[in-house]
Design a protein around this ligand. Sequence first.
Ligand SMILES: [Zn+2]
Length: 63
Amino acid sequence: MSEHPYSRHSIEGDKKTKWICGCFETVDGFFKFCSNHNDTLKKAIEAQIDELDMTIVVDEKSA
Ligand SMILES: [Zn+2]
C-alpha cells in the first residue's frame, strides 16, 4: 500500500528547463511552478480550458 504512488524522489535530476523564479519543466513534460506563479498559471490554464470549450466529465458512471 503506497501512500504517495505519484511522488518521485528523483525529480531534481530530471529537470529540462528551470527558470530563475523557481518554476521548472522536467524531461517528461511535467511542469512545477514556484509559489509566485502557481496561482496565476492555474487561473490562466483554467481560462484556456474554457476558451477551448472542453467539457468537464463530472460523473462517468451514471449511464
Ligand atoms: Zn515561477
